[in-house]
Design a protein around this ligand. Sequence first.
Ligand SMILES: NC(=O)c1ccc[n+]([C@@H]2O[C@H](COP(=O)([O-])OP(=O)(O)OC[C@H]3O[C@@H](n4cnc5c(N)ncnc54)[C@H](OP(=O)(O)O)[C@@H]3O)[C@@H](O)[C@H]2O)c1
Length: 337
Amino acid sequence: MRCYEFVTSGNAFAVAEVQRPEPTAAEGRVIVRVRAASLNYRDLIQLRNLAGRNVVGRIPLSDGAGDVVAIGAGVSGVKVGDRVAGIFFPDWLDGRFDMKYHPGALGGATADGMMTEYADLAANAVVPIADHLTYEEAACLPCAGVTAWSALMNHGGISPNDTVLTLGTGGVSIFALQIANAVGCRVIGTSSSDAKRERLRELGCRDSINYRTMPDWEKEVARLTDKRGADCVVEVGGGGTLGKSMASVAAGGRIALIGVLTGFGPPSDSLFPIVAKNATLNGIYVGSRSDFLAMNAFLAAKAIRPIVDRTFPFEEFAQSLEYLASGSHLGKVVLTL
Ligand SMILES: NC(=O)c1ccc[n+]([C@@H]2O[C@H](COP(=O)([O-])OP(=O)(O)OC[C@H]3O[C@@H](n4cnc5c(N)ncnc54)[C@H](OP(=O)(O)O)[C@@H]3O)[C@@H](O)[C@H]2O)c1
């Protein structure tokens, strides 16, 4: 079968197409013919060796969707022909996170991912695709979708009329906008691009701020909310933006700390606003299979479709990663297999 592997490139990595034997279904496992996969910023972290993990020889990408083409002995609840997506942490089925789930994360240093014609997955590490979604749309969900869901619905506890603040227009933030909108929240979004702000408006974001031309954007959040702040902040920037997110969160509000777009360094700002505002700062690490199922039911009930910015063919994997790295996208970048 055709697949990609990470290869060494200087002090970091690149991707190369290789051939591997087609897998057969062992006991408790299923073989998925992957039809589409999607990119996340995480894949750039791996490629650039920003987290110091040796990924050489691993198949990249956590996110993919396709058809079950074979099932192993003892498998129930999944059958040949089912349309499924893989889950990010194959061992995290329910309940709270445990560090033992970490090594299983698809497309990481210790587990193969979905940039392959056939993926060999545990039978309970797949979820059905909602009927209204294409493979391309379903492939957007396992990492970015579930993360936005966990941030807003599990930890954020959002309710109608809450104000949600999203940073930038990448995969997680656009899912957060769609989910928060569907709950009936007011969303304030930020972007470095006025063209993307216009797109945010079309997607239902009532107010947006250009964080490049308005570097003190937390003041604009205060103005837009009559100094109250946002009930929930979807914090994808990390240390470089956390200070402004703390300034933007309402008293008693929640910050979902998700990302590292500004790097892995510590914040230069005092953490005291969290105390002074009685606010909550939660780390979010994707979510469980149960979270994925709950999100799928919500997406189906609300007829929400992921926003696919651009689709690349399998052969243009390297170009798709360059496109993601350019930051030109809004929403998700997808590969078709
Ligand atoms: N903890 C978890 O479980 C988890 C899960 C998923 C993702 N993440 C993390 O969350 C972050 C977002 O991931 P993603 O896949 O959604 O990324 P992505 O699709 O690559 O999003 C990139 C976008 O983020 C915006 N951005 C970049 N730098 C920014 C900054 N300093 N301030 C505000 N916005 C900025 C830009 O939007 P504009 O072009 O509009 O400015 C850019 O286009 C990454 O750090 C990723 O590692 C964590």
